[in-house]
Design a binder for this molecule. Sequence first.
Ligand code: FES
Length: 126
Amino acid sequence: MTTGNKRERRRHVVCAADELAPGTSRLAELGRRRILVVRDEDGRLNALSDVCPHQGGPLSGGSVERMWVADRPGEHHRSEDRTVAVCPWHNFETDVSTGCSAWEPRPLRAATYRAEIEDGDVVLYV
Ligand code: FES
């Protein structure tokens, strides 16, 4: 028998998988909790709190996009694997896979949640 603080997560169907195309996101409202569900351009699912870790702006009001990166000054390009939610209030970028701010990862972090595609549906475990 195990003991500890493991909490049973509840399963929530968000939408049909074909309603969340690669490169798009959707806001899921579960009671008072607002969760941004993101399907990146490669089809991977991520879910994070809709509350920006900077000052609480609504991430769902901004954009979701590949992060701009640079190998050298003046040579910017889109990342091949990092997707960020760009907050509409002050343009902070939050990595959708970790919930961490792209530039201040330690103190600024949004909660993340497990998201899966099951039987043709997008499902959250919260
Ligand atoms: S509240 Fe989101 S960037 Fe400031």
